[in-house]
Design a protein around this ligand. Structure first.
Ligand SMILES: [Zn+2]
Ligand SMILES: [Zn+2]
Length: 215
């Protein structure tokens, strides 16, 4: 009698363990959700942030969140030209990353610059580190040179996809219409010639796991 009861509860135990092992793996094997954090630097219009969010969301199968704004860091201020060094902004973002973010897209309305060839301080629209964690886009040039708000937003959205593409590991690309075209110092005409999409050649550079994240 005693033995039979033991056998009985033993079977029940095995059944529970089996049920448990059928339920458990799906949960345990789900990789952590990838999150792209949009970080406003200084005061940035909500519609700019939402445009960047919407453009990235239309390309990527990851969560795109808008973080609270941060002050631009003094260490990136370039006093001789009264603007901000984009390379230093990226270093600073990498040193102070937003929690849980896979990639960071900083958005600002401030004027930004970087060294270009032998020009020490060249005004730019955006900068992204190739295969790195972060990029920055500025609405400054587009605000100055766009006749309509629609044009401004379209260019800003295109730029965001371009700089984000650098963080995915894409270099500049010569395929016609590819969003990764080199602006060659002409942020406006470059954004206007772009299809806004990564070409198949660019997408082919991605490892399978990340290719699956791009729409
Ligand atoms: Zn670029
Ligand atoms: Zn391309």
């Amino acid at each position: 009698m005693r033995t039979r009861r033991l056998v009985g509860s033993g079977l029940l135990f095995i059944t529970l363990v089996l049920v448990g092992s059928f339920l458990a793996p799906a949960e345990a094997e789900t990789p952590p959700e990838r999150v792209v954090a949009i970080v406003p630097l200084g005061e940035v219009r909500q519609e700019f942030l939402e445009k960047v969010q919407q453009e990235l969301q239309s390309r990527m199968k990851v969560r795109i969140r808008i973080d609270p704004p941060r002050e631009l860091p003094q260490e990136a201020w370039y006093a001789p030209r009264r603007r901000w060094r984009a390379d230093r902004l990226l270093d600073w973002l990498d040193e102070h990353p937003p929690e849980g973010a896979w990639k960071v897209v900083a958005v600002t309305e401030a004027e930004i610059s970087a060294t270009k060839g032998n020009i020490l301080d060249w005004g730019i629209a955006g900068l992204g580190s190739i295969g790195g964690p972060s990029c920055v886009v500025s609405a400054h040039i587009y605000k100055k040179h766009s006749k309509t708000k629609e044009a401004l937003l379209r260019r800003l959205g295109d730029l965001s996809v371009h700089e984000f593409g650098h963080t995915l590991g894409f270099p500049h690309c010569e395929e016609k219409g590819c969003v990764m075209a080199d602006a060659k110092g002409k942020a406006i005409s470059s954004a206007d010639a772009s299809s806004g999409r990564y070409c198949t050649k660019c997408l082919g550079l991605l490892p399978t796991e990340e290719r699956a994240l791009v729409k």
